[in-house]
Design a protein around this ligand. Structure first.
Ligand SMILES: [Zn+2]
Length: 434
């Protein structure tokens, strides 16, 4: 058993002081507030780990490299395809390990990897058809983060369009072949789980959406939804209904479903998502990077759609920034402050159940021992009220991270990788080398 003493801790009923947290194995055994220091002292505010519900690890290679001139989501996508073309299982392992290490350093203790880079260039299967999935699972294990591999079905290059030369790597040819390959991936680590995803209504025809829904079988099922107005208009032209209505008809919407982005959804769409008890995953730092627009987060939550958060393209990897943006974008749109309360924001930031880890995300007896300690004396957080320091902190203020009872970050340093920033630099440079 390990014992931790937190100066302040965010418990299910709010902020508590002087909290002893006993951990046995990967779980919290007991939590008692108002105690004297014992065991490892955690100075600052200790919170449950953040959940990163939406990631494409390789997009990290685009950070700081796509800001020349104008462009759009669609021109950014061309750059993203060029990077995807250069990755193989070995280089993807090395890159993803650095990306996941950055996430743990930022306080994320789980990540939902929306994984569609399945095959070798041209769409040829690797000798192990799940070599890329295996590489991602190994990268997560070596970076010390929980992984949910959301094996993503990606079949078409648009409504009634074959995949182009880049997209062929993403496609298994048909839905049954996708299902067979995805089902063959059996992770060996306790910190890896699986779910499924349909890339989008652009990339998965209605009959195949139904196959994805069936394969979920109680696991999370994710889908990109209405990130761009063009998806809505193309879907209306092709199918006479909105992307959300198409997903509902295919049986893909339910309590395990997560609609990623949901930026341009109608009131009727919101009703369908609520009726299905689905979630919406906002990725505010990516959505602003790509100029997607501001999704109706408050309206969705009011309708009963639970919110979760993801860093998606990793333009920014900072759990605080992501949830702050959820609130601050709403303020800009509504021209009013305090659109969400702390509990609502915190629930979204720690919604590990959205990627199949319902036992993670609370500091209480029986929950998983995923703890993150935020410094309260940094130049950014100094002087803030302890609970409100979460509105002042950045990823740089995270000192300690415990994932499933294991210390992965201590004193702001990653304990399993000496220099993750050097790994990232070298791997990304190699991808851009002539
Ligand atoms: Zn995405």
């Amino acid at each position: 058993m390990s014992s931790y003493w937190a100066e302040f801790a965010w418990l299910p009923d709010g902020l508590a002081e002087r909290v002893t947290i006993d951990v046995t194995g990967s779980s919290i055994r007991s939590v008692v507030a108002g105690t004297e220091p014992s065991g490892k002292v955690l100075r600052g505010l200790t919170v449950p780990g953040f959940a990163n519900a939406h990631s494409h690890a390789f997009h990290r290679a685009l950070r700081g490299r796509t800001h020349h001139g104008r462009g759009s989501f669609w021109t950014w996508r061309e750059r993203m395809y060029a990077i995807a073309d250069r990755l193989d299982p070995d280089s993807y392992y090395r890159l993803a390990r650095g990306v996941y290490a950055e996430m743990v350093l930022a306080g994320y203790t789980s990540v939902g990897e929306f994984h569609y880079l399945h095959h070798a260039p041209g769409g040829v299967s690797y000798r192990d058809p799940n070599a890329m999935s295996t590489a991602l699972a190994a990268a997560a294990a070596d970076a010390g983060i929980r992984l949910t591999l959301l094996d993503t079905c990606y079949l078409t290059g648009g409504f009634d369009r074959m995949p182009d030369e880049h997209q062929r790597r993403f496609s298994d040819g048909d839905a049954m072949a996708w299902a067979e390959r995805a089902a063959a991936f059996k992770p060996e680590s306790e910190l890896v789980r699986t779910g499924v995803a349909a890339h989008s209504v652009r990339a998965v025809p209605p009959r195949a959406l139904a196959v994805v829904a069936e394969q979920a079988d109680g696991r999370p099922v994710h889908v990109h939804l209405s990130e761009q107005p063009a998806e809505n208009s193309d879907c209306l032209a092709a199918h006479g209904r909105t992307p959300t209505a198409l997903l509902a008809e295919a049986g893909l919407l339910g309590p395990d479903a997560v609609a990623v982005h949901a930026t341009h959804v109608s009131t009727a769409d919101i009703g369908l998502l609520a009726e299905a008890r689905a979630r919406a995953c906002f990725c505010p730092t990516t959505e602003r990077d790509l100029g997607d627009g501001i999704g109706p987060a408050r309206e969705l939550l009011d309708a009963g759609v639970r919110l979760c958060l993801g860093s998606d393209s990793h333009a920014v990897v900072d759990g605080f920034e992501e949830w702050r943006a959820l609130e601050l974008n709403e303020r800009l749109a509504a021209r009013a402050r305090g659109r969400f309360d702390m509990t609502q924001l915190f629930t979204a930031a720690t919604d590990h159940a959205s990627i199949g880890w319902p036992e993670v995300g609370r500091i209480e007896a029986g929950a998983a021992a995923d703890l993150v300690t935020v410094e309260l004396d940094s130049i950014r957080t100094a002087g803030a009220e302890p609970a409100a320091a979460l509105f002042a902190a950045t990823a740089s203020d995270i000192r300690e991270v415990l994932v499933a009872g294991r210390e992965v970050v201590s004193d702001g340093r990653h304990l399993l990788m000496a220099h993750p920033e050097i790994t990232l630099r070298d791997e990304i440079r190699a991808l851009y080398a002539p």
